[in-house]
Design a protein around this ligand. Structure first.
Ligand code: HEC
Length: 117
C-alpha cells in the first residue's frame, strides 16, 4: 500500500512536470486564443482583484497593504520573468501563488497584466 502511494506521488509529479515544461515551450501562442485571455481575466478577478482591483489600480484593502498600481510604469517596466517571480513567490504583503496556480495560469496573468497599462 505504501509503495503504491509513493508510485502515485511520483507519477503525479511527472505528469505535472511534463505539463509545466510543455506549456512554457509553446507559451507564445496564447494571444490567438481569446478563450484563454478571458480565462486569465476571470482568474485575475477571482484571485487578484481583492487587493489589486479589477483594473489593477488597487482596491481599498490593497491600498492599506501598499499595493502598487499594476498599470503603472513602475510595474509595467518589470520583465515577464520578474512578474512571474513575484506572482509565484509573493513579495512583502503579496501572497505567493505558486502552490495554488499552475505555471500557465501565472503566465496568462502576466499577459493579462500587460493589457492593463
Ligand atoms: C492579499 C492581497 C494581494 C493579492 C490577493 C494579490 N496581490 Fe499582488 N501585490 C500585493 C501587494 C501588497 C503588493 C506590493 C508588494 C510590494 O512591493 O511591497 C503586490 C504587488 C504585485 C505586483 C507588483 C510587483 C512588484 O515588484 O512591483 C504584481 C505584478 C502583482 N502584485 C500581481 C498580482 C497578481 C497577478 C495577483 C493574483 C494572482 C495578486 N497580485 C494578488 C497584494 C496582493
Amino acid at each position: 500500500m505504501k509503495r503504491a502511494c509513493v508510485g502515485m506521488t511520483v507519477g503525479t509529479f511527472v505528469v505535472a512536470a511534463t505539463f509545466w515544461f510543455g506549456f512554457s515551450a509553446q507559451g507564445a501562442s496564447w494571444q490567438e486564443e481569446p478563450a484563454a485571455a478571458s480565462a486569465s481575466k476571470a482568474l485575475f478577478n477571482s484571485r487578484c482583484a481583492l487587493c489589486h482591483g479589477p483594473d489593477g489600480h488597487g482596491s481599498d484593502m490593497g491600498k492599506t497593504l501598499k499595493v502598487k498600481d499594476l498599470s503603472s510604469k513602475e510595474v509595467q517596466s518589470l520583465s515577464n520573468d520578474d512578474l512571474i517571480q513575484v506572482i509565484s513567490a509573493g513579495k512583502n504583503n503579496m501572497p505567493p501563488f505558486k502552490d495554488s496556480l499552475k505555471k500557465e495560469e501565472i503566465s496568462g496573468l502576466v499577459r493579462y497584466l500587460r493589457t492593463l497599462k
